[in-house]
Design a protein around this ligand. Structure first.
Ligand SMILES: C[S@@+](CC[C@H](N)C(=O)[O-])C[C@H]1O[C@@H](n2cnc3c(N)ncnc32)[C@H](O)[C@@H]1O
Length: 145
C-alpha cells in the first residue's frame, strides 16, 4: 500500500509506520519493505511506531492510507485510538482511507464522531478477500474538514 501510494506522489514524501511484528506478517522488517519500494523505483521513509501513538506531527499529512493493520490491535479502545491518530495527523482537507476486514463500520462511526465529512464504507471485492468471502475487506474513506 505504501509503495503504491509513493508512486502516486513522485514529488512528495511517503512515510510508513509499523511495529514490524512477524506474528502479523512473516518476514516483516523495514529492510524488506525498503527493498520492495526500491524495486518499484520509489523511496519511502519507514518509521517504527505504534498506530495508537503515531510519531508524526499533528496536521502534517495530506493523505493517510492503512491496509489490514488496525484490526491487529486487540481491543476496541486501541483500534479507535489508532483511528483518532490517523485523524490527528491529517491536515485540514486531508483524506483518509482505511482498509479493514473486520471493523470498517466502527471506524466510520468514529470518524463521523470526530467530525470528518464524506465518510463512506465500500466493499473492495474478491481481490481483497482475506482468505475467503467470510473475510471480505471494506475501505473507509473520509475527509478532515
Ligand atoms: C497483515 S500486515 C499488513 C501490512 C501492510 N499494511 C500490507 O497491507 O501489506 C499488518 C501489519 O500491522 C502491523 N501492526 C500491528 N499492530 C500494530 C500497531 N499497534 N502499530 C503499528 N503497526 C502494527 C504489523 O506489524 C504488520 O506489519
Amino acid at each position: 500500500m505504501l509503495t503504491s501510494a509513493a508512486r502516486l506522489v513522485p514529488g512528495g514524501r511517503a512515510v510508513g509506520v509499523d511495529l514490524w511484528r512477524s506474528v502479523d506478517q512473516s518476514g516483516n522488517d523495514p529492510a524488506g519493505s525498503r527493498a520492495n519500494a526500491g524495486a518499484e523505483g520509489v523511496a519511502v521513509d519507514l518509521l517504527t511506531g505504534d498506530l495508537r501513538a503515531l510519531p508524526v506531527r499533528t496536521g502534517a499529512v495530506d493523505v493517510v492510507v492503512s491496509s489490514l493493520a488496525i484490526h491487529n490491535i486487540p481491543d476496541e479502545r486501541g483500534r479507535l485510538s489508532a483511528v483518532g491518530e490517523a485523524y490527528r495527523v491529517l491536515r485540514p482537507g486531508g483524506r483518509l482511507v482505511v482498509a479493514d476486514f473486520r471493523h470498517a463500520r466502527r471506524y466510520a462511526e468514529e470518524l463521523t464522531r470526530l467530525g470528518c465529512t464524506d465518510v463512506r464504507v465500500r466493499g473492495l471485492g474478491w481481490r481483497f478477500w482475506y482468505g475467503g468471502p467470510w473475510a471480505s475487506t471494506a475501505a473507509v474513506t473520509a475527509t478532515r474538514p
